[in-house]
Design a protein around this ligand. Structure first.
Ligand SMILES: [Zn+2]
Ligand SMILES: [Zn+2]
Length: 135
């Protein structure tokens, strides 16, 4: 049997590969961080992701991972957000924010009802164009 080892993406030390893709000390630290977040949210369920990062010392990137993986749920804590994968603005469901989801749906010709064609409004000028012959 071969041992699968890799560098821990967090601390860079060599560890035996596992499902979490983190060495044991980092995964323990992550659990501690998650517990601190849950403790904080228990007291202040309306915390935003940034509040949480400040209060617990857990990095925003890690919080985003927690939220995306469902360990911290925006369904329970409504102010938890993570950046949209397309434009980077705050979102709390899926991989894209609401406006990007709309754009992608439109581009993909989804099952949304077709939007009425946008009318091109051409302003007709009423001004008389004076040309040199009137001089
Ligand atoms: Zn590590
Ligand atoms: Zn977006």
């Amino acid at each position: 049997m071969t041992l699968m080892v890799d560098y821990c993406p967090k601390c860079g030390s060599i560890y035996q590969k596992n499902l979490r893709n983190l060495c044991s000390s980092c995964s323990m630290e992550m659990d501690n961080g998650l517990n601190r977040c849950l403790d904080h949210l228990w007291m202040r369920p309306k915390s935003t992701t940034k509040d949480l990062a400040k209060a617990t010392g857990v990095s925003l990137a890690e919080l985003h991972t927690f939220i995306k993986s469902g360990r911290l749920s925006p369904l329970t804590y409504s102010n938890l957000t993570y950046p949209c994968e397309s434009c980077g603005c705050d979102t709390s469901s899926g991989r894209l924010c609401r406006s990007c989801t709309g754009v992608f749906k439109e581009a993909g010709k989804s099952d949304l009802p077709p939007e009425p064609h946008r009318q091109l409004i051409v302003k007709k000028t009423t001004k008389v164009l004076y040309t040199s012959r009137f001089r």
